[in-house]
Design a protein around this ligand. Structure first.
Ligand code: AP5
Length: 215
């Protein structure tokens, strides 16, 4: 199963990709996680990306396409993948089509999660992420058992720098301007599955599985 999960910030891509990757036993590839790890490790990529990410803007297409080509070359992508946060521009989508074809693979579906804006704001401001393993929590909708600590690994939970109001607005504007056009792009190619992402986490996961199974 080769899937792309798209949707505005806070629609639940990371949450759902984690569930689907376990269910289908395929790698979950989050370009946001790859960049955050690079920032944490202080690599040249992380140094280039940090300020851009903190402002809520997009990292350049050239950098992102390079990262994804490298990741696709790993053998675990042969049996499947779930991309979360890539592609995000038409240029990335064109390069992705080519890169997937070059590996002899075929994209099965592009799932677009749809959630009203007021829900997105609440989800992003309440999000907490584990510094250790990257697990995603929400102070109201999926709180940890012990406040501030990850249930899985005991790591410290933190609020992402880009989950503050100014960066959230910049990110949502970038989505509308640069990423939303991909909905028509993939609809025209017969790959788009629009899924309501406003329900409970388990309900949304069920709806995605049904949409993908009915491809
Ligand atoms: P990235 O990490 O991809 O962030 P994003 O797209 O902004 O998406 P989010 O992580 O905010 O949201 P999500 O949809 O994954 O929601 P989540 O599951 O966490 O990118 C970060 C930055 O990296 C970008 O701004 C950019 O600078 C750069 N970047 C990355 N990829 C790039 C690319 N391809 N090109 C250029 N730049 C790139 O859920 C949100 C919250 O809601 C959580 O607290 C969760 O617990 C809660 N929640 C989830 N589902 C539900 C539900 N059903 N009910 C109630 N609560 C829920």
């Amino acid at each position: 199963m080769h899937i792309v999960l798209m949707g505005a910030q806070g629609t639940g891509k990371g949450t759902q990709a984690t569930i689907l990757a376990q269910a289908y036993r395929i790698p979950h590839i989050s370009t946001g996680d790859i960049l955050r790890q690079a920032v944490k490790d202080g690599t040249p990529l992380g140094k280039k990306a940090q300020a851009v990410m903190e402002r809520g803007e997009l990292v350049s297409d050239d950098i992102m396409i390079g990262i994804v080509r490298e990741r696709l070359a790993r053998p675990d992508c042969e049996k499947g993948f779930i991309f979360d946060g890539f592609p995000r521009t038409i240029a990335q989508a064109d390069a992705f089509t080519e890169a997937v074809r070059d590996r002899g693979l075929r994209l099965d579906a592009v799932v677009s999660l749809e959630v009203p804006r007021e829900i997105l704001l609440e989800r992003m401001t309440g999000r907490r992420v584990c510094r250790g393993c990257g697990a995603i929590y929400h102070v109201k909708y999926s709180p940890p058992e012990v406040a501030g600590r990850c249930d899985r690994c005991g790591g410290e939970l933190y609020q992402r720098v880009d989950d503050h109001p100014d960066a959230i607005n910049t990110r949502l504007e970038a989505y509308e301007r640069q990423t939303a056009p991909l909905i028509d792009y993939y609809r025209q190619r017969g790959l788009l599955k629009a899924v309501d992402g406003a329900g409970l986490v388990e309900e949304v996961a069920g709806a995605i599985k049904s949409a993908v199974a009915g491809q």
